[in-house]
Design a binder for this molecule. Structure first.
Ligand SMILES: O=P(O)(O)OC[C@H]1O[C@H](O[C@H]2O[C@H](CO)[C@@H](O)[C@H](O)[C@H]2O)[C@H](O)[C@@H](O)[C@@H]1O
Ligand code: UDP
Length: 734
């Protein structure tokens, strides 16, 4: 039976050694808590790190570690102290975490820790590959494992791989600063589906892919040479019923509340003071220090709330080997001390501060007892605490104040949404929360609960898995039209048997890959030899048919006696002959069009005009991809309006717009060329829109091939210019 393999840095259980025996405790953090129910309900395994390094695990306990993991349907990845230093405390949490949360000043770019990150991703890949069986689906989680999809795909192209990023994906301007940006993007693109919490993270990722790797991105699909990668947003939900049920039980047994007991013990004798809850891992991205300062500002701005409110703050220890986290701990300790010292009275402590993690029951106690939750991250992928707080409010009272910088804010607009850097706004939101009528609290929470209950973690995981399985459908379409071996054999068979054969070959993007400067794309020696050798076969004609100008084509192929067709069919150089115009064309329109193109060159950096005898081309390959596409579509509209009455046509090529006589195109050129001749084998290959005319106009029996995975009228497609070269070699050897 096929299974789902979940992979994350940490397993949902963390192992410790206590008295020479293995002890397991649940992992904290949104990923582990959220995925736990998905793991429980699926027939799957979870691969990750146990929390124990190889050095910490004595020889005699190695089997016990494996057993403890196995009992929880987990498979451990064995890591050394050095691995954890470079991979977890290093690249993951000193480079990626701060960078992706826009803390540029905390970001370290260390080559050694990146190398360890690569090595550790390989260790994860090894364990995954050992555990994959046919039909399994792989779901990789989070920023610690961004190279893993590619490592798995390389070995197991048959396996479907999903990746979910739990933290924000930063804007291109921030991401581009990473020295290993290409490697990270390529690693992620080993996936079939990549998921983010919000649309903003998704669009930032797509923008980096198109700018850095220059891949074609269309809406939410990235076209690679042989696959399509789908990208989408899936806001992670929580196990709603688990929290709501636990809260209901807790409410029914009021005396269970530790907080209440604390109040009853008169540790603090202002039991009526409303409680403001704050829960996070102690992480600078969570805005804890700012939150305390904003609370101080609130008490100063609205002194009437002194002794009427209390901030209950749970900070869970996290990544304490990273210096920034140690500094933050110090800062928070000092702030809490200073503010309590400044405002406390004999009967009132303004902040109750806990620095530890709490078991589930105590969390429920905190959630249900506090009238307000104040969550003010500076950046946060999602923030599940916000959702858990709302889910536990069984009578629907309670006010959530949430930072607009948390992914959760996008779905929780009924909360009081604040900017975490605006103390004025936070202070006012706290006042509003304190004074909010119960009816309004209920109204807001009703909407929030309904949504959280519906899109719970199970629905979220289902949604992701369905989309992942749908990607098979897309790759099936790709497989259906990609030239199969038997189709290729059939074509070469027909070629060999034929007594009169013709091959129409497009040049750029087909015989040669694209380069930034078109003049640098001259044919290499191997290509020249191949073309010469095919052409020299008996009864075989090779025609290079290109949009290029005749001088360039003529120079590159001057010593090879093949037919050349330039400028989409305007010029022809027959075998052994001279260039001649095939049609009587006008070019007086150029005077009107050139200034328009020049205007677009001036406004769009990286673009330029190519002048041919009978056409003008505006190239935008080197422009910013988004701007290039936008300007191209704008220019195309302008040119089409202008050309309507002039028998001019606008050709949309590969990053080029070409304006020329509309009666000229490659389809017409090939039709004229084969007219009256009895070729028994016809072949055409090309990569862009201008080649579509050939594919459409050649008779049905022709073998037509598109280079690259795009919509086409050709019968087949091949991946790239390397595959074209393979085909040429086979023609030459036939
Ligand atoms: O494993 P740690 O280094 O101790 O960190 C705990 C987890 O923190 C991060 O959680 C993120 O995932 C949550 C659920 O999607 C999301 O709500 C939150 O905003 C994120 O910060 C981290 O992404 C996980 O990998 C860690 O395990
Ligand atoms: O003592 C604690 C405090 C919090 N949590 C859980 O940790 C998760 C925190 O997730 P969130 O998305 O808010 O932030 P993250 O820590 O993942 O960045 C939530 O599910 C909490 O219930 C926990 O297990 N023990």
């Amino acid at each position: 039976m096929s299974k789902t393999i979940i992979i994350s840095n940490r397993l949902p259980l963390q192992l410790q050694i206590d008295n020479n025996t293995i002890k397991a405790t649940p992992s904290v953090g949104g990923l582990a808590t959220g995925m736990k129910s998905v793991h429980r309900d699926s027939n799957g395994v979870w691969i990750g790190w146990t929390g124990l390094t190889e050095e910490e695990t004595p020889e005699e306990l190695v089997d016990d570690v494996a057993k403890a993991a196995q009992d929880a349907q987990c498979v451990p990845v064995s890591l050394t102290e050095e691995d954890i230093d470079g991979f977890y405390y290093g690249f993951s949490n000193r480079t990626i975490w701060p960078l992706f949360h826009y803390f540029m000043e905390y970001t370290e770019f260390e080559k050694e820790s990146y190398q360890t990150y690569v090595e550790v991703n390989k260790k994860y890949a090894e364990v995954v590959l050992e555990n994959i069986e046919e039909g399994d689906t792989v779901w990789v989680h989070d920023y610690q494992l961004m190279l893993l999809p590619e490592l798995i795909k390389k070995e197991r192209p048959d396996v479907q791989i999903g990746f979910f990023l739990h933290i924000p994906f930063p804007s291109y301007e921030v991401f581009r600063t990473l020295p290993w940006r290409e490697e990270i993007l390529k690693g992620l693109l080993g996936s079939d589906l990549i998921g983010f919490h919000t649309y903003d993270y998704q669009r930032h990722f797509l923008s980096s892919v198109s700018r850095i790797l220059r891949h074609e991105v269309s809406f939410n699909e990235i076209t690679l040479k042989d696959r399509i990668v789908t990208v989408n947003s899936y806001p992670m939900g929580i196990d709603y019923d688990k929290f709501a049920d636990a809260a209901a039980k807790h409410d029914a047994a009021k005396n269970q509340s530790e907080l209440q007991r604390r109040l009853d013990l008169h540790i603090d004798s202002t039991p009526d003071a409303k409680m403001i809850l704050s829960i996070d891992r102690l992480d600078y991205s969570k805005g804890i220090a700012n939150r305390i300062r904003a609370y101080e500002y609130f008490l100063e701005k609205y002194p009437e709330f002194k002794e009427k409110v209390r901030l209950v703050m749970l900070a869970v220890p996290s990544r304490s080997n990273v210096p920034q986290y140690q500094l933050l701990k110090k800062e928070v300790d000092e702030l809490v001390g200073r503010i309590n010292g400044k405002f406390a009275s004999v009967s009132w402590t303004p902040i109750w501060y806990f620095y530890r993690s709490m078991p589930f029951e105590n969390l429920i106690d905190l959630y249900t007892t506090c009238e307000v939750a104040l969550l003010t991250p500076i950046r946060d992928g999602m923030n599940l605490v916000a959702k858990e707080y709302v889910a536990t409010r069984t009578d629907k009272t309670g006010v959530l104040i949430l930072s607009e910088m948390a992914g959760a804010a996008q779905e929780m607009s009924e909360a009081l949404i604040i900017n975490p850097n605006n103390f004025e706004e936070i202070a006012d939101a706290l006042k509003q929360a304190m004074e909010m009528p119960e009816a309004e609290q209920i109204k807001r929470n009703k909407f929030l609960q309904k949504r959280l209950k519906r899109y719970n973690v199970e629905k979220w995981a289902d949604d992701f898995m369905h989309s992942l399985h749908d990607t098979t459908h897309k790759s099936d379409i790709v497989k259906a039209i990609r030239m199969r071996q038997d189709q290729e054999d059939e074509m070469f068979d027909a070629y060999k048997k034929s007594e009169k054969r013709i091959l129409f070959l497009d040049y750029d993007g087909t015989l040669r890959g694209f380069v930034n400067n078109p003049e640098d794309a001259s044919p290499d020696d191997e290509l020249i030899e191949l073309i010469r050798s095919i052409h020299s076969q008996e009864n075989t004609e090779v025609v290079i048919i290109s949009g290029r100008d005749r001088h360039t084509l003529g120079t590159w192929w001057q010593d090879v006696p093949i037919t050349l067709i330039a400028e989409h069919g305007v010029w022809k150089r027959p075998v052994g002959g001279e260039w001649a115009v095939t049609e009587n064309l006008k070019n007086d329109w150029m005077e009107t069009v050139r200034p328009i193109l020049e205007k677009y060159v001036d406004r769009t950096a990286g673009t330029f005009i190519e002048e041919k005898n009978y056409s003008l081309a505006w190239h935008y390959r080197n422009a910013d991809p988004d701007l290039g596409e936008k300007r191209a579509s704008e220019l195309s509209t302008v040119l089409k309006e202008l050309s309507a009455n002039n028998e001019l046509g606008v050709l949309d090529g590969n990053k080029v717009l070409e304006i020329k006589d509309s009666t000229i195109h490659k389809g017409k050129a090939v039709t004229k060329h084969i007219f009256g001749k009895d070729y028994t084998f016809k072949f055409a290959i090309g990569d862009d829109w201008t080649d579509e005319y050939m594919f459409q106009d050649l008779p049905d029996e022709a073998f037509t091939i598109k280079v690259g995975l795009q919509k086409t009228a050709a019968k087949y497609y091949v991946d790239d210019t390397d595959r074209v070269r393979d085909l040429l070699k086979k023609f030459a050897a036939s």
